[in-house]
Ligand binder design. Structure first.
Ligand code: LLP
Length: 443
């Protein structure tokens, strides 16, 4: 597999092109740092998920885009057009979806601690279902639903005792996590019983999520075995028939050449087959099967364009190449030690033979990429960091009072702004100087 994905290619000028747009021109037109999103690739990823379910799962299936990876009103439109559902995990994400007229009856509401306000809001806009994360939440949701004269549709989030991240996974009876209700020690069973006894709750089924940037299918198989076994137990002992089984998100993507995740098709095929096999084994009807992919929909479709500024060579040590963004638009290297590929966009056809370290402009080490080979950079060049669609803009901050970048959607030579660049004025929009401090000015 080469360096590029989706519509990325090198054009006749030797520049990186995405969605038929020259990235050097995009940088000129919209400024830097700039997030560029390849619309075709986003749509293709959505379709791959849906097609794979159609091909491999005999029951009904849903793909709920995990908004936390990247959400904006335009992204809501895109996912809606592709027939996806949505997983939101806060009032703000839900508000964004509502502002874009995303159908509320296609939304799953998440969160380990949803405030009463969020629960009320979710019920008022009539989301498809609230994924309840704790026993406490069962009580508060039931009473809020009662006070609104509503019945809340819910899934119970179960912690199956399987935890997976990238190449490793662990399987234990209990998992040390703030999320979900433990399958171990009959807690999930008791919670199910409780949910079924509550007047204003309607239990639809169960949810689980075992990790993110997962490269292995095996932990999903084990999870499905455990979840379906649980479905069989609640049917047997409580007469409850599970209508929905939501397996969360987590499929990994390829940030660097050493990353080797299964394809969307392989992933969906494996979980569909495992669910059908396990249900047959326990003579259960097939539940509606749901997945909540975030990263694998939007991650590889995003590219960050920066302008290169100061280049500093520390004799015999390394060369630091600074770009005009950093941890405020990409906190992942600092948070997770994440690695990236990058290319000098205006020298995309040149040999990447210059070893350097890419740093941001924040008042910290702010290393974006340690020891990477790129074409020999000069001040003013455009650096494209690949695979920055998921959890980048979504996790961007105003640290050092940087303004958040713009996001542009590209397709067939068209480039449309979908999130405007923040202005300096936006930074002080919520600042207030109390009267008594103003008075001090007079002295
Ligand atoms: N569903 C639930 C309940 C989740 O908690 C998550 C992610 C997803 C779906 C989507 O997972 P995905 O398909 O994107 O892996 N900030 C971190 C990732 C945190 C993921 C949290 N939950 C990062 O930048 O790597």
């Amino acid at each position: 597999m080469g360096m590029f994905v989706g519509t990325q290619r090198i054009n006749s000028l030797g520049h990186l092109e995405i969605g038929g747009c020259d990235t050097v021109e995009l940088a000129e037109m919209f400024g830097t740092p700039l997030f560029v999103i390849d619309e075709k690739l986003v749509r293709e990823n959505c379709r791959k998920y849906r097609r794979a379910f159609e091909e491999y799962y005999r029951g009904e299936a849903r793909v709920a885009y995990a908004a936390k990876a990247f959400i904006s009103t335009a992204m809501c439109k895109l996912t809606q057009q592709e027939g996806l559902w949505m997983d939101v995990s806060s009032e703000g994400e839900l508000f964004t979806a509502m502002a874009a007229n995303f159908p509320s009856n296609r939304i799953y509401m998440h969160g380990n601690y949803k405030t009463d306000e969020e629960l009320r809001y979710s019920l008022n806009v009539d989301v498809h279902c609230i994924v309840v994360d704790s026993i406490d939440e069962l009580y508060s949701l039931n009473s809020i639903a009662k006070s609104l004269g509503k019945k809340a549709r819910i899934l119970l989030r179960i912690t199956p005792g399987v935890e997976a991240h990238t190449h490793e996974y662990i399987r234990t009876g209990q998992v040390d996590t703030k999320f979900g209700i433990q399958l171990a020690g009959a807690q999930a069973f008791e919670a199910t019983k409780l949910a079924l006894s509550m007047d204003c709750l309607e239990l639809l089924g169960f949810h689980c999520h075992i990790g993110s940037q997962v490269f292995e299918i095996e932990p999903y198989r084990i999870t499905i075995e455990l979840m379906v076994e649980f479905m069989a137990q609640v049917k047997e002992e409580l007469g409850f028939v599970t209508r929905e089984l939501n397996l969360g998100g987590g499929l990994g993507i390829r940030y660097t050449d050493t990353d080797d995740p299964p394809s969307i098709e392989e992933f969906i095929k494996a979980i569909s087959e495992a669910t059908m096999e396990e249900c047959a084994k326990h003579s259960l009807q097939l539940p509606i099967l749901i997945v909540e992919p975030g990263r694998s929909i939007i991650g590889e479709a995003g590219t960050t364009l920066y302008r290169i500024g100061v280049i500093k060579e520390i004799q015999g040590v390394r060369t630091y190449v600074s770009v005009d963004g950093g941890m405020s638009d990409n906190p992942r290297p600092a948070l997770y030690g994440a690695r990236y590929r990058a290319i000098v966009a205006n020298k995309a056809d040149r040999e990447p033979d210059f070893l350097c370290t890419i740093v941001g402009r924040h008042c910290e080490a702010d290393v974006l990429i340690k020891d990477i080979k790129i074409a020999k950079p000069e001040k003013g060049d455009i650096l494209a960091v690949l695979c920055t669609g998921a959890y980048h803009y979504a996790m961007a901050s105003n640290y050092n009072r940087f303004t958040r970048p713009a996001v542009v959607l590209v397709n067939d030579g068209k480039a449309d702004l979908i999130i405007a660049r923040e202005k300096r004025e936006d930074l002080i929009r919520n600042d207030i100087i109390p009267e008594r401090l103003l008075n001090e000015d007079k002295q």
